[in-house]
Design a protein around this ligand. Structure first.
Ligand SMILES: Nc1nc2c(c(=O)[nH]1)N[C@H]1C(S)=C(S)[C@@H](COP(=O)(O)O)O[C@H]1N2
Ligand SMILES: [Mo]
Length: 332
């Protein structure tokens, strides 16, 4: 009996570690914009997610042993199940809008809702502490077996996806699925709204004012991939001018970061060295930008996820604040 109880506690420790790792790699998967970091983040995220599934039989034994199951525990369980299921839907069925929500919104939303419940769950069971022996060789061996089981499940699901010619087989390193340029949805990060911006709006670029037509006159066609964290990407042609060509060189050299601010207040800050890979766009696929997509001027930031592509640009400012002096994800 004592032995069983100990095993149960270790299952709980493993579950907690895996949940935290899944959350951390999920955040990294949202942050990563280039193939190698994205591949590492999405692969480890998938393996941690599946490790939760692998642990289900053991956790079931523990849950069965409990005398009562609280409603909050049931909700926590349901949220984690929804999170895993919507993650699998995103991978195997792709980006699609179900009842106004995307699988990714459900995936992240359920994880965020589960977090406070998990904290109170841990508080209620705080007597289960980490023991010295939790790092023994036998435990490390079992951890290896769990990792191998989760990795094998991942490999098996990838294989099935290929055999069934699921869209999972052609998703890119970030996990996103392809959309044609015509199908790109006007996307809001969280709470922003499409503003009405006049076509002759002046964009302030480090103190100089430009209208969209001023910028268009200096633009070239740039091929770039817009890769939204809601799980789609689109390759398209943008009519855009490079920020390094607009910003005064001496001021740029002295600055730490470039802040791009929307008329809505939405903003992102980039390292000053990145000026050469940031573009102010006025056109998409040879047409002027549309209102929902950032008209009259929006940022194009290849190699960065969609939430960096500030729409309805009002100002581009050079500043001494380092680029990391901002929340990792926008709060609006
Ligand atoms: N001002 C502002 N810019 C924004 C957003 C926003 O909500 N507000 N959403 C971002 C996100 S999450 C993405 S994926 C892209 C989407 O661009 P699109 O609407 O042209 O598809 O814009 C980005 N720029
Ligand atoms: Mo996005």
């Amino acid at each position: 009996m004592g032995h069983l109880r100990r095993a149960g506690r270790r299952t709980n420790v493993a579950l907690l570690a895996v949940l935290l790792a899944a959350a951390a790699t999920g955040a990294l998967a949202f942050a990563a914009g280039t193939p190698i970091p994205a591949r590492i983040a999405t692969l480890t995220h998938g393996v941690f997610g599946l490790a939760l599934v692998v642990l289900v039989p053991w956790k079931t034994v523990i849950v069965r042993r409990a005398l009562v199951m609280r409603t909050t525990s049931l909700i926590l369980l349901a949220l984690i199940a929804i999170c895993i299921a919507s993650g699998l839907v995103q991978v195997f069925l792709g980006y699609g809008v179900l009842w106004r929500l995307t699988p990714m919104q459900i995936h992240v939303g359920s994880a965020l809702l589960a977090a406070p419940l998990l904290i109170s769950h841990l508080r209620r069971h705080r007597r289960q502490r980490l023991h010295r022996t939790d790092l023994s060789r036998r435990v490390l061996l079992r951890t290896g077996v769990l990792a191998a089981g989760a990795a094998a499940t991942y490999g098996m699901l990838e294989g099935i996806g290929r055999l069934l010619e699921s869209t999972s087989a052609i998703r890119i390193a970030t996990g996103s699925h392809r959309l044609g340029p015509d199908a790109v949805p006007a996307t809001i990060w969280l709470f922003d709204e499409v503003p009405a911006v006049p076509t002759n709006h002046y964009v302030d670029v480090a103190g100089s004012a430009f209208t969209a037509s001023d910028l268009a006159a200096r633009s070239t066609t740039v091929a770039a991939r817009l890769d939204c964290t809601s799980g789609w990407y689109a390759d398209a042609q943008w009519t855009a001018v490079n920020l390094a060509d607009l910003l005064p060189g001496d001021q740029l050299a002295a600055a730490a970061s470039i802040e791009v601010i929307s008329v809505t207040g939405y903003r992102r800050r980039f390292p000053a060295e990145e000026a050469g890979s940031l573009w102010l766009a006025t056109g998409f696929q040879g047409e002027p930008l549309r209102a929902g997509h950032g008209a009259p001027v929006r940022l194009v930031a290849p190699n960065r996820r969609g939430f960096w592509w500030v729409k309805w640009v009002d100002a581009v400012k050079l500043s001494d604040v380092p680029a990391w002096g901002q929340p990792p994800f926008p709060l609006s």
